[in-house]
Design a protein around this ligand. Structure first.
Ligand SMILES: [Zn+2]
Ligand SMILES: [Zn+2]
Length: 166
């Protein structure tokens, strides 16, 4: 068995539209590689910093994601190699294993669909769009009384007709 601890830089962005490990971010890999009859079994963890946007208030969100990896890389000409496609089971390529796809899959599952800057993020004001977390306490807007609003609409329509006829 080989244990390997190293830090790599991701060449690509790994994650979803809302949150991801950005390109050129350090990812810590803590892996054990075991030779099994069909190939190399890789288990361990990968962790890296993520950057994204709160899905409610759109403020930047920074976090760390840690994923557990368990992946078999089949030897060429093994039974697994003959009976599966390389999309189902990865292959040992020469003396290399390429963890990139495993990492992309695992991180994709682990990251939240809707990241939040904090659990109780109040989101944005529906009227003016300011982030309520940073707005003044009790932030609100003077609302026109609905009866007035209806009257204002009617007045507006009359005005339009006058213009049309005129
Ligand atoms: Zn937020
Ligand atoms: Zn507002």
């Amino acid at each position: 068995m080989i244990e390997s601890h190293r830090t790599v830089r991701t060449p690509i962005r790994i994650g979803s539209e809302m949150i991801a490990i950005e390109p050129d971010t350090e990812v810590d890999l803590d892996l054990r590689m075991e030779s099994v009859s069909e190939g190399v079994l890789v288990t361990g963890t990968a962790s890296g910093e993520t950057a994204g946007q709160c899905s409610r208030c759109l403020e930047p969100v920074e976090d760390t994601v840690t994923v557990f990896l368990t992946e078999l890389f089949a030897y060429p000409d093994s039974e697994t190699d003959k009976t599966t496609s390389d999309e189902e089971v990865h292959r040992v390529d020469g003396d290399q294993i390429d963890l990139e796809q495993s990492l992309i899959d695992a991180v994709g599952l682990e990251l939240p669909m809707s990241p939040l800057c904090r659990e109780d993020c109040p989101g944005l004001c529906p009227d003016c769009g300011v982030a309520l977390a940073v707005a003044e306490p009790g932030h609100s807007h003077e609302k026109i009384d609905p009866r007035w609003a209806g009257l204002a609409d009617k007045l507006g329509q009359m005005g339009d007709q006058t213009t049309d006829n005129g």
